[in-house]
Structures are given as C-alpha cells and as structure tokens.
Design a protein around this ligand. Sequence first.
Ligand SMILES: NC(=O)c1ccc[n+]([C@@H]2O[C@H](COP(=O)([O-])OP(=O)(O)OC[C@H]3O[C@@H](n4cnc5c(N)ncnc54)[C@H](O)[C@@H]3O)[C@@H](O)[C@H]2O)c1
Ligand SMILES: O=C(O)C[C@H](O)C(=O)O
Length: 327
Amino acid sequence: MTTTPVTVTVTGAGGQIGYALLFRAASGQLLGRETPVHLRLLEIPQGRAAAEGTALELEDGAFPLVRSVTVTEDATAAFDGVNIALLVGARPRGPGMERADLLEANGRIFGPQGEAINAGAASDVRILVVGNPANTNALIASAHAPDIPASRFTAMTRLDHNRAIAQLAAKLSVPVAAIDRVIVWGNHSASQYPDISHATVNGRPVTDLVDEDWLASEFIPRVARRGAEIIEVRGSSSAASAASAALDHVHDWVNGTGERWTSAGVVSDGSYGVPEGLISSYPVRSVGGEWEIVPGLEIDAFSRARIDASVAELVEEREAVRALGLV
Ligand SMILES: NC(=O)c1ccc[n+]([C@@H]2O[C@H](COP(=O)([O-])OP(=O)(O)OC[C@H]3O[C@@H](n4cnc5c(N)ncnc54)[C@H](O)[C@@H]3O)[C@@H](O)[C@H]2O)c1
Ligand SMILES: O=C(O)C[C@H](O)C(=O)O
C-alpha cells in the first residue's frame, strides 16, 4: 500500500459510467482504502457541465482519500502525470446496434488520447479502455503511444467475466465466491466465448454439474448478449455494472489476484493461437502489478472453434481501423 497520491484520469466523466465510477473510486474501491487520489475528469464541451456537476458532488462527498478534483477538456492536461487512465468517454450503442458499429465514430477518440498519454503519463501508467468497441479502441490508443509498453493498454472484459460468474452461480445455487477459473476469450462483443471448461465450484469441476445443452443454448448466448439485453430492458447501456467491473479490473491489476483467475483484454504474445499484438480477452492473473496470461491450458475442439471465431472478428476490426488510417 502506498500513501503517495495516485493520479486517476476518467474520460467521459460526465456520462453514465463516469457518474457510477467516480464516487466509488473516491471512496477507495479502485485502489484500496489507504491510497489517496487526484481525480481528473476529461470531457468534451457537450459533457462539461455534467462533469462539473459531478465534481461538485465529489466535493460534497468529503471523501478523505480525495486530494483534488479537476475538470478539463484538454487531454494533455488530463493525462499529465497520470498513473491510472480509465478511457470511458465514447458513444454507447443503442438498440439493434452491434458494438463494432461504433468503430469509426469512437475509434477517432483513441488515437489522440493515446498520443496525450504517451506524451505525459507517469512511467507506471496503466490504461483500461471501457469505451466500445473496447478491444480495438485499446489497440488504437496503444498504437499511438510507442513509448509505453503495449502490456499497459488493456480492454475491459471484466463485465463479461462477472456476468458469466453470476449466471453460473445462479444456475448452481452457490455464492459467486465459490466459483473460480471462468474465462472470457476474445472480443468484448457477441462473438466472445465465455468458457467454463476449466471452471470450478468449491474446487469441483463445473463441467460435472452442468449439461452441454444448457452451456451452448443458454449460458454462452446469455452472457455474450447480456449487453444487448440490458439495453433492451433498461433503455440504455449498462452503467453501474460496467463501473463496478472497471473497479474490479484496476483493483486486481494493482493489488494482485493471488491464485484466482479473472479475464482481461490484454495484448497477445501469441498465446493460444491469438495473433501477436491483438488485444484479446484471456484468462489472467495479476502478479507483481502485471497481468500474466494463464499458461498451458488444454483447449478442446468446442472451445477452439469459438476462440477462433472471436479472434477472427478482432482481426477484421484491426483491418477496418487500418483501412480508416486509425492505426
Ligand atoms: N467494455 C464494457 O464492458 C462496457 C460496458 C458498458 C459500456 N461500455 C461503453 O462505455 C462507453 C461509455 O458509456 P456511457 O454509458 O458512460 O456513455 P455516456 O454517453 O453516458 O457517456 C459518455 C461520455 O463520454 C463523453 N465523451 C465523448 N467523447 C469524448 C472524448 N473524446 N473525450 C472525453 N469524453 C468524451 C461524452 O460527452 C459523454 O459524457 C460506451 O462506448 C459504452 O458502449 C463498455
Ligand atoms: O453492450 C453494450 O453496448 C454496452 C456494454 O458493452 C455492455 O456489455 O453492457
């Protein structure tokens, strides 16, 4: 634990996720209850007033860990000296859209932000991209930050991971904490593969307890399409659960996972047949402040086909942003 204040920049701070995220970050749920924070809220002119209002409410929260709150429209100022960058600011999809439909509009946000991070971030900077399509936006930001190791750019698939655990816990009538070794592979999109072939419940293989039909026809599509289900039911995209997953991701990254597994979109080193350089979701542990891909897992034919399909979509997205000149 450190008592040196950590600078946390949240883009899209005036939006839904920003509002759900900032108060929990201020209370210590992002980095730990001993770590003071400087909060930087980056917005565009349309979102500035909402971010200013959030800043007033953060002040009124009288959070002991908050050392300062700054609202800005200037990416250079927002990322100067940043330790933790939460890139949330981007358009959400509406009903009937896929996340990849946002590629061109949102992709243009992440090149300039990558450049500003490259220019000014602290040497230990860690970046989580939440704005969709998250994996490819993280790839774009990383491509514009040549001085920052690619391993520091991550994309959020923790919400998918949490959704998978929650569905499994409900099916098996166990607390979520009883479940470990769930994996989300690939893209944060409908092609993602929530994989329970290595999962355990109280140390026992989950595959002994659920049938393949439930897996293929209920569990996988429910988790993969949960974002769309939320949009249909709520009328707008997930916010509090997304913020919660962002807190989980960063908290685990900084504080470690121990032996437990989680899922994160991290740069591929070629593991499990994913082309090197893509930002793909993998089973990971956080050790010594770095994400490590869980090595050596056996991948059966059912899983192989699904991982390959999601990775193929990531390759297509990379080609699309290359064609747009974004990487
Ligand atoms: N990865 C995930 O699991 C996950 C989960 C939920 C939502 N999301 C995505 O997160 C993004 C944000 O969702 P939301 O519900 O908060 O949307 P929102 O529309 O409520 O808020 C987005 C905010 O970003 C701001 N913004 C836009 N461009 C910006 C820029 N260049 N710099 C700074 N701010 C900018 C907007 O002004 C707005 O206030 C969307 O792309 C959504 O699809 C991802
Ligand atoms: O599905 C969306 O567009 C929002 C978000 O990515 C989610 O998974 O809830």
